[in-house]
Design a protein around this ligand. Structure first.
Ligand SMILES: [Zn+2]
Ligand SMILES: [Zn+2]
Length: 324
């Protein structure tokens, strides 16, 4: 089969032909129908996250059809394979509903080969049923951008005025969920990015503007999707006393020092790490109820490097998806 693989961080992915995959007991062999391109893939390919495997097939937003190996998901079923690929099931975190924090967790497209390929293997206990109402490419961004975004959203509490910093794949999904629940969305983009601001308004944002500016009203909570540490003090300044700032990315540049006054007033800062299977199930049930229009740009598998570069430079709205 064809696979786009990372052999060395910092180098482009190589188009490799690798032998057929054999599922072990408990694993599904899946034909990849679509695989989303996530910012985390960029961090892995750039070497900003250590301890991944090489060579590696990246990709952790996999929509696929089961070919062999399934009990829970028989052959022919369309499923989703998310970032959380395996957990130990025994540690204090796994035992308390926080498997996202398991120190031995293995992640798809990082410790385990992912979906930038024609086929993939996955532990079926960690696979997710997908709502029928979404096409293959449309469903892909739900599997990380959507569901980790949704975990961030839950952590933000019942904010009426919600700020989203970085209006890419995650924010464009979440903005629609937030609007459906009657929240006001304030979208912050790279300064001067008029296209992203127009995109946010089109998806129902009450306001969209530059990330180095202030919102017209103080916010109840803010979520940072952009991997820019300098935005954290800006977001703290934009939220009201008692407000929360949630950091949704797996990697962020250093946070500059800031005055304690920005944190004073019981403002809180929290990161969101990974996902649990329960998060995945809750979000996909939500996505089945509220139609979410995901805006995607499709690339053939061989153009994975172009998709990553376009993501790096913000050259499209919404999410990039590889279609083998
Ligand atoms: Zn564990
Ligand atoms: Zn991701």
């Amino acid at each position: 089969m064809r696979a786009m693989r990372l052999h060395r961080p910092g180098a482009p992915l190589a188009l490799d032909r690798i032998g057929p995959l054999e599922p072990e007991p408990g694993q599904l062999l899946v034909k990849v129908l679509a695989c989303g391109v996530c910012r985390t893939d960029l961090h892995i390919c750039d070497g900003e996250l250590a301890q991944g495997k090489t060579p590696l097939v990246p990709g952790h937003e996999i929509v696929g059809r089961v070919v062999a190996g399934g009990e829970r998901f028989p052959a022919g079923t369309r499923i989703g394979i998310p970032w959380l690929g395996w957990t130990c099931g025994e540690c204090e975190y796994c035992a308390s509903g926080r498997e996202n924090l398991c120190a031995r967790a293995r992640f798809t497209g990082y410790h385990l080969d992912g979906g930038y390929a024609e086929y993939a293997l996955a532990d079926e206990r960690f696979c997710l049923a997908l709502p029928e109402s979404y096409g293959d490419a449309e469903a892909a961004p739900l599997l990380c951008a959507g569901l980790i975004g949704y975990r961030c959203y839950a952590m933000a509490g019942d904010a009426r005025r919600l700020g989203l910093y970085g209006f890419g794949a995650a924010a464009h999904v979440l903005a629609q969920v937030a609007r459906a629940e009657g929240r006001e969305v304030y979208a912050f983009t790279r300064p001067g990015d008029a296209a992203a601001q127009a995109f946010a308004r089109r998806l129902g944002a009450a306001w969209a503007g530059d990330s180095d500016g202030d919102p017209p009203e103080p916010l109840d909570a803010a979520i940072l999707f952009a991997p820019v540490g300098a935005l954290l003090p800006q977001a703290l300044a934009a939220v009201k006393p008692g407000g929360r700032v949630i950091c949704g990315g797996i990697h962020m540049s250093d946070i500059p020092s800031f005055r304690y006054a920005l944190l004073w007033g019981e403002r809180r800062v929290q990161s969101v790490a990974n996902l649990t299977r329960a998060d995945g199930e809750a979000f996909l049930a939500r996505a089945a109820l509220t139609p979410i229009r995901t805006e995607t740009k499709s690339y053939p598998l061989e153009e994975a490097n172009a998709a990553l570069q376009d993501l790096r430079h913000g050259r499209f709205s919404g999410a990039a998806v590889l279609v083998p």
